[in-house]
Design a protein around this ligand. Sequence first.
Ligand SMILES: Nc1ncnc2c1ncn2[C@@H]1O[C@H](COP(=O)(O)OP(=O)(O)OP(=O)(O)O)[C@@H](O)[C@H]1O
Length: 294
Amino acid sequence: MTVLRAENLTKRYGRREALADCTLDVPAGRVVGLVGPNGAGKTTLLQLAVGMLTPTAGTITVLGGRPGAGPDQLAKVGFVAQDAATYANLTVADHLRFGARTNPRWDQAVAGERIAALGLDPRQKAGRLSGGQRAQLALTMAIAKRPELLVLDEPVASLDPIARREFLRALMAHTAEHRTSVILSSHLVSDLERVCDHLIVLTASRVRVAGDVDELMGTHYRLTGARRDAADLPAGAEVIEHSATGRQSTFVVRSVVPIDDPSLTVEQLTLEELVLAYLSRSVAAHRPELEAAR
Ligand SMILES: Nc1ncnc2c1ncn2[C@@H]1O[C@H](COP(=O)(O)OP(=O)(O)OP(=O)(O)O)[C@@H](O)[C@H]1O
């Protein structure tokens, strides 16, 4: 089953393209990491997925339905926005009561346990919580809804390192137990490396690469050897990043067939290195003088 399918999905604000020609097919049951620089279009894609925005062109379906189309669709998707929106004048307990009234599959036990484990005072008003505590409250609301898909826009950005680790651990435990699909955006690639099994890299409004992490790790390589042009690499190797020092060339390539060239040293990449290669390619494309100087 597909959790999110997008075909030529485009969102424009006037003449500015926030997302362009995005085609994706994300299988269910994955924890998807959405990564890209500021302004790449991550929030736009997530808001299209939950129905807060409508496409300018193209289509998007989530769990087989149109995002935001009616109560059934809304109940299936939990969303935590970048600013972890909560109601400043409502207490933590009010939030849980509100969640129980408005969500048909609400799990009060899960909500209560999480609030207790976090040490949050149920009588505290949300406006008096710290940014990180508000993020935790918003995540609790989203989890207790028992959604089939959790969409989290930079959920750990406001958390300290320990809280971040706990947050991701709780998220993983929950998704494993309830088989929830998750799409989360983050700038912290090392966090994504720990928790994600599917990756989408978005730069300058476009999807640069998307796929299961295992598949991506098995088709990307670092090649090092005597200085040469990209044209002299084995057939089928798509160059993602290229640098040269003195007599040596280094390439990050994507290739579906194994690289068999004794004049090259072939190494596996970490997920972080793979992501950085795509991000730096996008920087080079926007600053051609950098590429020329390499
Ligand atoms: N309401 C809006 N009106 C006009 N332009 C917008 C609007 N919302 C977003 N944009 C533009 O769309 C582009 C993508 O924005 P988006 O918020 O999706 O990026 P992002 O990848 O989530 O960035 P960040 O990592 O900084 O949160 C940006 O150029 C942004 O300025």
